[in-house]
Design a protein around this ligand. Structure first.
Ligand code: TYD
Length: 203
């Protein structure tokens, strides 16, 4: 069975990590090989970039910020995601390339054409089979790291960016309200996963 990449997107604190964990447990229970990755992170370079971006000296250039996230992503794709997909794994990504679109392109206003060029090199043909966008307001208290301390208007632009991508995304995107209890949110997540991964209802 070929592998597939599924990305979980949305603002900080909407419950992506919880849903990724539910998805991992469910897929393992039906014996699908699963790999979980988180951005930025999940490789030694990614962890270093994460420290730099979230707790290091302020990065003043939005382009530099985008390139740092992109560098972490390139390493993740090359060393973990592409090999896992080739080995037939379902890869669940807690954020992926659409975070770059939402936060740096829509949020900070970097040039979309340039971002698309960078992304083409970074992704090297790897694309999510499905994107789960958990929309809505954060329900866990946020405010810890630097990105979370951004002003409300920034987060509104990010959310609007996700909404636009979801509207254009067709079958590859689902928008799920993050406001219901996690078990209820997961029912919708599971439905989307069944569709993208061709998992019959009996399983
Ligand atoms: P993290 O603590 O992983 O976020 P979360 O609360 O979702 O667990 O921090 C990642 C932060 O980096 C988050 O605010 C979103 C931001 N980010 C970007 O701005 N661009 C990107 O490409 C990625 C992957 C993340």
């Amino acid at each position: 069975m070929p592998g597939a990449l599924i990305a979980f997107e949305g603002l900080d604190g909407v419950g992506k990590t919880t849903q990724v964990e539910y998805a991992r447990r469910w897929l393992e229970s039906i014996r699908r090989p699963v790999e979980v990755v988180q951005e930025p992170g999940s490789t030694p370079v990614g962890e270093a970039v994460r420290q730099l971006l979230l707790a290091g000296p302020p990065v003043r250039s939005a382009e530099a910020e985008f390139l740092l996230f992109s560098a972490a992503r390139a390493e993740l794709v090359r060393t973990r995601i592409a090999p896992a997909l080739a080995a037939g794994y379902v890869v669940l990504a807690d954020r992926f390339v659409d975070s770059g679109w939402a936060y740096q392109v829509y949020g900070r206003g970097i040039d979309p054409q340039w971002a698309a060029c960078v992304n083409a090199g970074v992704l090297n043909g790897v694309a999510p089979a499905g994107v789960i966008w958990l929309r809505g307001r954060p329900h866990r208290p946020v405010g810890g790291d630097r990105m979370e301390q951004e002003e409300a208007s920034f987060h509104r632009r990010v959310e609007e960016g996700y909404a636009q991508m979801a509207a254009r995304g067709g079958e590859r995107w689902v928008a799920i309200s993050s406001e219901a209890p996690p078990e209820v949110v997961f029912q919708a997540v599971q439905q989307a996963l069944r569709r993208w991964l061709a998992i019959p209802e009996e399983e």
